[in-house]
Design a protein around this ligand. Structure first.
Ligand SMILES: CC(C)(COP(=O)(O)OP(=O)(O)OC[C@H]1O[C@@H](n2cnc3c(N)ncnc32)[C@H](O)[C@@H]1OP(=O)(O)O)[C@@H](O)C(=O)NCCC(=O)NCCS
Length: 195
């Protein structure tokens, strides 16, 4: 699998050289609590195991996980992954806290979606955001994802199931939608969805 590029970012397949970045970034509970399968606290061994698993899954054509680097600084800033889960494509992402609020998640995820629809030939990609993760709801709205239903999903870091807004983006909608015109996600909508 080759690397992907955007205006500001380089997305390269996650590899063992990223273990220390994963370990440092995922030591932050504000990140792991919004993810499903990331433990807290997060150890170097967790990072090594994750990277080995996704490297194997990539070889099997079951997952494509990218470490995202800022082109300006050549520094790793986050991670975006496309996985096949129960026969369906699922996208997930996280960014280290110093890099929040710069549009990196939207820019990187949009590039991985183009890869999913254009190269992997997915017909649709799913994603979910926990009810208290307004920023991720906003990222998905900007990308053109639409709500499907609400479900309880495990959060390993929290040690409990959390209400999760499930969303879907079809290839057709991805090609058509003007993402920056997506309406803002408001707390009241999130609460309405989650209850
Ligand atoms: C969610 C996350 C990936 C967003 O990354 P990011 O690079 O800051 O995202 P972007 O800058 O592309 O977009 C964030 C959007 O949310 C908005 N936002 C952020 N916090 C918000 C809040 N509390 N209320 C309303 N909007 C908010 C931003 O203004 C921006 O929208 P805009 O472009 O319309 O202004 C990042 O916060 C993160 O890694 N969080 C922890 C892990 C996580 O939640 N992963 C996703 C799991 S589903």
């Amino acid at each position: 699998m080759s690397s992907l590029e955007t205006e500001r970012l380089l997305l390269r397949p996650a590899s063992s050289e990223d273990a220390s970045f994963f370990t440092a970034a995922l030591a932050d509970y504000d990140i792991s609590r919004q993810l499903s399968s990331v433990p807290y606290p997060y150890t170097e061994e967790d990072a090594d195991n994750f990277i080995a698993t996704v490297t194997n899954a990539r070889a099997m054509g079951e997952a494509w996980v990218f470490t995202v680097l800022s082109k300006a600084t050549a520094t790793p800033v986050g991670c975006v992954g496309l996985h096949i889960k129960d026969g369906r494509y699922e996208i997930g992402y996280w960014f280290a806290k110093p890099y929040w609020g710069r549009g990196f998640a939207t820019e990187a995820a949009r590039r991985v979606l183009a890869f999913a629809f254009g190269v992997v030939r997915a017909d649709a990609v799913q994603a979910g955001w926990f009810h208290d993760n307004i920023a991720s709801g906003r990222v998905l709205a900007k990308l053109g994802f639409t709500a499907t239903h609400v479900e309880s999903w495990p959060s390993r870091a929290r040690g409990e199931k959390v209400l999760c807004n499930r969303t879907l983006l079809t290839r057709e909608l991805f090609g058509r939608k003007k993402p920056l015109e997506a309406p803002a996600v408001r707390q009241s909508e999130s609460t309405a969805l989650a209850t």
